[in-house]
Design a binder for this molecule. Structure first.
Ligand SMILES: NC(=O)c1ccc[n+]([C@@H]2O[C@H](COP(=O)([O-])OP(=O)(O)OC[C@H]3O[C@@H](n4cnc5c(N)ncnc54)[C@H](O)[C@@H]3O)[C@@H](O)[C@H]2O)c1
Length: 258
């Protein structure tokens, strides 16, 4: 409770935060935000090149930054990363479990290999990272995990059958991990973004008609930016969320209200 009383809710000085998918549009915004609040940041992405500038920027901010080119479908690589983070930084205080991808196709055209790919990154990969980091956090008896779900976890938007199944799975996985790890002081929650301008939605949102029809279904009338998500992740990773676990916080301009 001390952090609450002294007004240090959003201060990660000497705390270590792992972010997967850190090279992407939302992930890099989150990495920058945690560094701004004094965290040491561990950047994980399968695309090493996407991390070079971000790594430099975070070090220029005076923070410790480690970078790992890890594909979350590679369980050995995940274990190697977690082991090295422990060796070099000690504790793991926060996991932003965020790496994800999408294949947008009608269900009748989706190949099973494509289904497997989406599920293996978005659900199996997210579980493998949560499990590896969860072992450390349970042993520490402290930690905050924030998984990235989506409005697709609770809506049947067309052309997203594998993606929706994976994100629905993330929401359920979040509840079970929260339940099992609550006695050890580990909070597990999720953020469910709505439509956000990122690499993942670039092609779709480049079409003005699609953009307009999507925005028309959002009560706030606009598509989100990565910066719109920052507060939700910081909140769920902070002592302000000490008594919250197993929840998915939708950040979607009201898309899921009806
Ligand atoms: N953009 C949206 O509208 C939206 C909405 C809801 C949820 N999300 C989720 O947000 C997260 C980030 O997506 P984004 O929109 O910023 O897209 P993005 O493509 O900009 O970022 C995704 C990042 O994840 C990395 N990645 C993909 N597969 C990986 C793997 N197997 N191992 C390690 N890294 C991998 C990519 O290299 C990339 O840097 C994803 O989980 C996505 O499903 C996005």
């Amino acid at each position: 409770m001390n952090e609450l009383m002294v007004g240090r809710l959003f201060d990660w000085t000497d705390k270590n935060v792992i972010i997967t998918g850190a090279g992407g549009s939302i992930g890099s915004t989150l990495a920058h935000a945690f560094a701004t609040y004094q965290a040491n940041v561990v950047l994980v992405d399968k695309n090493a090149e996407s991390l070079t500038n971000l790594h430099r920027m975070i070090e220029e901010m005076g923070r410790t930054c480690l970078t790992f080119a890890v594909d979350v479908t590679d369980v050995e690589a995940i274990h190697g990363m977690v082991h090295e983070v422990q060796e070099r930084l000690g504790s793991i205080d926060v996991l932003i479990n965020h790496a994800g991808m999408n294949i947008r196709k009608q269900a009748l055209d989706l190949e099973l290999a494509e289904w497997d790919r989406v599920l293996s990154v978005n659900l199996r990969g997210m579980f493998a990272v949560a499990q590896a980091v969860g072992r450390v956090m349970v042993a520490q008896r402290a930690g905050k995990i924030v998984n990235t779900a989506s409005v697709s976890a609770v809506r049947g938007h067309k052309h997203l059958v594998a993606y929706a199944a994976s994100k629905g799975g993330v929401q359920q996985m979040t509840k079970v991990l929260a339940h099992e790890w609550a006695p050890y002081g580990v909070n597990v929650n999720a953020v469910g973004p709505g439509y956000i301008y990122t690499h993942q939605t670039e092609d779709l949102l480049a079409d003005p008609a699609a953009r307009q029809s999507i925005a028309a279904k959002i009560p706030m009338g606009r598509i989100g930016e990565p910066a719109d998500l920052v507060g939700a992740y910081l909140f769920l990773a902070s002592p302000a969320a000490n008594y919250i676990t197993g929840q998915t916080l939708f950040v979607d301009g009201g898309r899921t209200v009806d």
